[in-house]
Design a protein around this ligand. Sequence first.
Ligand SMILES: Cc1cc2nc3c(=O)[nH]c(=O)nc-3n(C[C@H](O)[C@H](O)[C@H](O)COP(=O)(O)OP(=O)(O)OC[C@H]3O[C@@H](n4cnc5c(N)ncnc54)[C@H](O)[C@@H]3O)c2cc1C
Length: 498
Amino acid sequence: MLKKLIGKKLQNYRVNLNEPDISHPVNLISRKSVAVIGGGIAGISAACNLAERGFEVHLFEKENFLGGKVGSWMFESNGETLRTEHGFHGFFRQYLNLRNFLQKIGAYKHLIPIDDYTILFDKDKKQGFKDLDNTPLLNVLSLRKYGIVDWKTFLNPMGLPFINLLNFNFSTTYKNFDGESFASFAKRTRMNEKMRLVFNSFARAFFAEPEDMSMAELIKSFHFYFLSNEDGLLYDVLDSDFQSSFIAYVEAFLQKHNAHIHYSTPVTEFAKSENGFTVNGSLFDYCVLSTDVKHTKRLIARANGFEKYAQTLHQLSSLKQSGRYAVLRLWTNKFEADKTLPFFIFTDRLKCLDSVTLYHKMEKESAEWSKKNNGGIFELHSYAVPKDLVSDSEVVEHLLNELYHYFPELKGMKIFHEYFQHRDDFPGFHTNQYANRPEVKTEIPGFYLAGDWVKMNNCTMLMEAAYTSGAIAANYILQTEGLRENQLVSVPLKGILA
Ligand SMILES: Cc1cc2nc3c(=O)[nH]c(=O)nc-3n(C[C@H](O)[C@H](O)[C@H](O)COP(=O)(O)OP(=O)(O)OC[C@H]3O[C@@H](n4cnc5c(N)ncnc54)[C@H](O)[C@@H]3O)c2cc1C
C-alpha cells in the first residue's frame, strides 16, 4: 500500500518530456544538411535521430573510432594487440532514453546485470547495497541497517538540511545549494562517516573533489540515482568491449540511414555564415556541437562569425572541466582472492584509488585473455587525481600501492601489459556553475549544443544526459522542419517531498 502511494506520488517513476504531435509528418522530404561535431554518445544520439528521418548527416569525429568516452581502441604491447577503453561504465536502469536507443539499434541484448553495488573500506571490510529496499524513501530508511542513517540523522537540528535530499526541485535546489560544496555541507550537518563515504562515492562519479562538487548537483544525482526510481542502486554493464557491443550497432544504424561518418577528422575550421555553418570547408543548414567541454572551448575560441552572440560565447567560454582523472588497466598473472566480489568495486580512497574493475569477470574479450594467460585484468580509476601527484609515474605508483592495500594477495604479480590514461576532459560539476551553464537551444538559429555538460530541465546525468541532450537537439531540428518529434522521457522531475 505504502509502496503504491510512493509510486503514485512519483508519477510511477516516469514522466514524458514532450508531447509529439502525431499529425506531423515523420520524414523529411526536402534536402537539409546537419553537421554533428563530436562522435560521443551525445553526437551519436543527434546523428542517429536525424539520419533516421532523412536529414543529410555528417558526423565529424577527431579520433579514428566513435563513442568518445565510451569508445574503444587497439594498442600494441609486448608483441600482442590488445583493446582498451576510457574506462568501466555502468548503465543504470533509469537511463530510460539511452536504453530505448540500445533497444532500437539492437545492442540491448549485451547488457548484463552487476551483482551488487559494493564499497571496500579498510583492508577487509566491504559494504554491499543489494538488500536495500527498492522503493524510494523506504530505501533511505533501510540505510539504517548499514548504519548510514539513524533516527538522529533527521532529528539532529544540524542534520535538518538532509531533508533537502528528499525534495529535489529545479526551482529551489540550485538556488539554495549550487553555491555550497559537498565538503561544506557535510561539515555543517556533521554528516556521519558512513554517510560521507556513500556521498563521496556519488561525488566521485562526477570526477570532483568534495570541496569543489556542487551540493545542488549532488542532490540532483541522489534524486536521479536513488530516489526517483524503483531499480535500487544496481545497474548493468556491456558484456563485451564497447566497440563490438555498442558502437558497431551505431555504425550499422548510421550507415543504413546514409549518414556520413568522418573518422579522424577534427573540426578545425568552424564558422557561422549568413545561411548556415561552415565546418571544415563545407556548408550545412544546421549544426549540433557535441564535443566535450575542453574541446568545445577551444573550438569556439577559434570560430568565426559568432561575435554578435555574446551570451553563448560567454557561457561556453566560462564552462569548467574537471581536474585530472586517471585510468590504469593491467593484464596480470594473478586473481583477486574474494571470488564473491562484483565486477566493479568502489574503494574508500586512501589517496588516489577510487575504484577497481575486474574485467576478467565481466567482458568476453578480457575473459578469453584471462583464461589463456591464467591471470586477471584489473582496471584502476582515480576520479580526481590529488593535486600533489603530478607525473604519470607518481600516479601509477599510488594506484598500484592502494590496489595492494585492498588486494594484498596481488602483491608481486607480474604485469604483462598496462595502459595508462591521465586526462582532464570531464565536465566540472563544481559550485556556482549552473546559472551560466548553456542549454541545448542557443540564441543562434540552427545551432544546438549536446553533451553531458549541457543544462537541461530534466533529471538525467552522465551517459543518459549525453544521449538525451543529443535527442533534444534533434527534436528542435525536427520541430523547425515541421516534423514529428521523438518521445523523450525522464524519471520524475521533483523529489518525493517537493
Ligand atoms: C573513466 C570514466 C568512467 C565513467 N563511468 C560512467 C558510468 O559508469 N556511467 C555513466 O553514466 N557515465 C560514466 N562516465 C561518463 C560518460 O562517459 C560521459 O558522461 C559520456 O560518455 C559523455 O558523452 P558525450 O558525448 O557528452 O562526450 P564525449 O564522450 O566526451 O564525446 C565528445 C566527442 O567529441 C570529440 N571531439 C572533440 N573535439 C573534436 C573536434 N574538434 N572535432 C571532432 N570531434 C571532436 C571527442 O573525440 C569525443 O569523441 C564515465 C566517464 C569516464 C571518463
